[in-house]
Design a protein. Structure first.
Lengths: 342, 342
DNA sequence: CTGAAAGCGCTTACAG
DNA sequence: CTGAAAGCGCTTACAG
């Protein structure tokens, strides 16, 4: 199949097909884009043109097609990274849901770099994207302003902004539930619970602050107060987390709330090189199937990617553009005990 | 900034800008795409037009621009999934390297579905991609044929094809090195080594067969023969791996070669629910930072994503189109002992 | 130093 | 049932 007519290295156009089929470019266009029924073109012609298109390895030129059409049906997404299950799941699910709605998904990854974020957004507007989903952006409002000027709809996902609708996890509730779980497993395994450590994230970061609020709320319920020295926010990277732990004095038995799987990597590596892992119990905000197998891990919070994206697509379909905030509940995943009580 | 002239909801064009600036569309076009120096347009005009473009929130229409230009500079990639570090790293690195070369990367994920793979390839050709990187495809030759007919360059990555240049890991060498490592750690921890289990992948899969060859080669060196019942290839998914282990009889001490991180998930989950994990040592083909923290894991093979992509971009730049095969060495990552000898 | 004009490959009213 | 024609927003030789 796909025999290119050998006379030219150029891709065939509807004019080429029309000439071969003895028909007109208009007819070929209509046949190939499915509007031929309402034009009442003969089935025989349609069949012949379709066959020739296949033989010639024809693929429509979307640049030309989209330039002429009213709508592009392109929907863009920017994500910071592909290096964890959360953003990976978001990207995959976004593509699937977009295709299911007859849209063309275009995703690009912006390395948590504000300038790259902005350039990527501009590029998607240049591609005539009709809507843009801005995920985990460091400066979502700058992008929202630019999109507003270009008449392109924006939705913030994961991190909220002030200029467009935002869909975010219920970070407070998820963190509170996880903190409760770690505290209860601590008392189960070690006796009387003591205040947990909180590691990861940044004090300027919306999600970190919400999670910290939930962390404190669960401690309050349990009549516990967390010493400020036990809240450590050195960013998300494994190395920064490990460095921040150097020289800390941990008690005989203790528990840690880890704020992101990325941070978890550094925390577990450092601890396992430094002390007896039977002394510690951990819980982590965000889900990773391998992290779930670490023996000291008592539970993880999974963000509900499907529900979040459902909200995103609903907001786009309904044409919402007010800076509303939608909170999507998280899923607490307790893990079986994999390590003996001392 | 980005004040849209309120008279219209349409995006501004170079005609709008020309009118506002009191210049011509040609001049505006040249100024905005950087060719104005060689047209010797006055710096004053250039400055004025640039300012107006910013004020109006102008972004070039790439559909129109690309339709007119000779080249698109678009480079496409299809990947099967975003759900593991290997493909995540490939996607991220591909975007970075493409941008560094002045290309526009477009990636889409095809869920290991041959039809989706083909449709995605066709879509990228419709977007005028100049080259297509086909990663981990189930039917790369079908895509290669179609691309050849359309005059689009293709490179296979990860899984080789017969119709286009392929860049793949040295699966044989990586598997042999990993097998050696597991065997040596077995004898270190448990005394005399016994033949390993091999779990994961499919017998029809090129990479699996190469890894199996390396697995056997390392056993041969050690004077060991693997019983056929110890080679289990139920696909890659965690659940299939777990199911395939049901009812197996494992000796008091044993070692496993796990063929992919995805499989590792199922293997470790099942084993840890079933037996004392001190009895087992594992190694895994492919790298994952959390899997590296599992106490029984003695080492992982990391595929050298940067080198592989360097080869891909070289092949594209040089215009290679013969079905050559490039093997890129893997990186063996031994892991520190995290579990006591019995 | 600058503009008018052609044309990239399509789609779609419009006129038969 | 079908085709000629206009035009989407650009770029780029070409002619001043």
């Amino acid at each position: 199949m796909a025999e290119n007519s050998s006379n030219s290295s150029r891709r065939p156009t509807i004019y080429d097909l029309a000439q071969i089929a003895g028909s007109s470019p208009s007819a070929v266009s209509a046949i190939l884009n499915g509007t031929w029924k309402k034009r009442r073109i003969s089935a025989a012609t349609a069949e012949r043109v379709t066959r020739i298109a296949t033989e010639q390895g024809y693929a429509v030129n979307l640049q030309a097609s989209l330039l002429r059409r009213e709508r592009s049906h392109i929907i863009g997404m920017i994500v910071p990274k592909y290096d964890n299950r959360y953003f990976g799941a978001i990207a995959e699910r976004f593509e699937t849901m977009a295709r299911a709605r007859g849209l063309f998904p275009v995703i690009t990854c912006t390395q948590r770099d504000p300038d790259l974020e902005f350039e990527a957004a501009r590029e998607m507007i240049s591609y005539q994207a009709e809507a843009l989903v801005v995920t985990g952006a460091t400066d979502p409002d700058r992008i929202a302003d630019f999109c507003a000027a270009a008449g392109v709809r924006v939705i913030n996902l994961d991190l909220p902004g002030r200029r467009a609708p935002s869909v975010v996890s219920d970070n407070f509730g998820g963190a509170r539930d996880l903190t409760r779980l770690i505290l209860s497993r601590l008392s189960q395994d070690f006796g009387a619970p003591s205040p947990l450590w909180f590691i990861g994230g940044r004090p300027q970061d919306h999600n970190t602050l919400e999670r910290l609020r939930g962390f404190h709320a669960a401690h309050d319920e349990a009549g516990l107060t967390v010493p400020p020295t036990q809240v450590i926010m050195p960013g998300y990277s494994p190395d920064k987390a490990a460095t921040a732990l150097i020289g800390r004095d941990f008690p005989a038995r203790f528990g840690i709330f880890v704020n992101s799987t990325i941070t978890m990597e550094g925390v577990v590596r450092w601890l396992s090189e430094t002390l007896d892992m039977d002394r510690v119990r951990l819980g982590c905000f965000d889900w990773d199937p391998f992290a779930a197998l670490l023996p000291q891990n008592v539970g993880m919070v999974e963000q509900d990617v499907s529900s979040m994206l459902q909200q995103v697509f609903d907001a786009i379909a309904e044409g919402r553009d007010q800076p509303t905030r939608i909170n999507v509940p998280c899923i607490l995943r307790p893990l079986p005990a994999r390590v003996g009580q001392p």
